[in-house]
Design a protein around this ligand. Structure first.
Ligand SMILES: CC(=O)SCCNC(=O)CCNC(=O)[C@H](O)C(C)(C)COP(=O)(O)OP(=O)(O)OC[C@H]1O[C@@H](n2cnc3c(N)ncnc32)[C@H](O)[C@@H]1OP(=O)(O)O
Length: 132
């Protein structure tokens, strides 16, 4: 199964999206709720790939929207395990914005999401079984 550090590196998860008008608000920027949805999704995938167990979201940390994300840009969501407890793990998520026709790239939104591994009775269970 690998060491803890190897599992953290292997489970880093990335999703690219084009910011099309269907995802924007009346300011023509990415709707905040859509950004949160995508962040929770990429964090969930990361926690699942890290633990290979059923996980549920238990909380979010502070989410910082540093810059608006205009329609017609590209975004990359990057999720990485930040810390690991007995039954839970905390995932850090950054959204990077890229221009379509230049190399300009910057971090625009950051936050954390915590997940708990659950067993068949939906009770907390160890997040990892077998570390080397
Ligand atoms: C993928 C999805 O869509 S999930 C949908 C949304 N999420 C849900 O529906 C989950 C609803 N919540 C639950 O079912 C329950 O709260 C459970 C099963 C997650 C946790 O059950 P509890 O009995 O409250 O858990 P318990 O108090 O034993 O804590 C479990 C772990 O969560 C951690 N935890 C508890 N509360 C919080 C919190 N607010 N923030 C971060 N971690 C927390 C604990 O520290 C513990 O971690 P550790 O074992 O690594 O030290």
């Amino acid at each position: 199964m690998g060491t803890l550090e190897e599992r953290i590196v292997k489970s880093e998860t990335r999703i690219f999206k084009a910011v099309f008008p269907s995802t924007t608000n009346h300011y023509d920027t990415l709707f905040g709720g859509t950004a949160l949805h995508l962040m929770d999704e990429v964090a969930f995938i990361c926690a699942t790939r890290f633990s290979r167990k059923k996980v549920v979201t238990i909380s979010t940390g502070q989410i910082d929207f540093k810059k608006a994300i205009p329609a017609g840009t590209l975004i990359e969501l990057v999720a990485k395990v930040d810390s690991v407890g007995r039954t839970s793990c905390k995932i850090h998520v950054d959204i990077f914005m890229e221009q379509m026709y230049s190399e300009l790239r910057e971090t625009v939104v950051s936050g954390t999401f915590s997940f708990v591994a659950v067993d068949e009775n939906k009770k907390p269970t160890p997040i990892l079984d077998d570390l080397e």
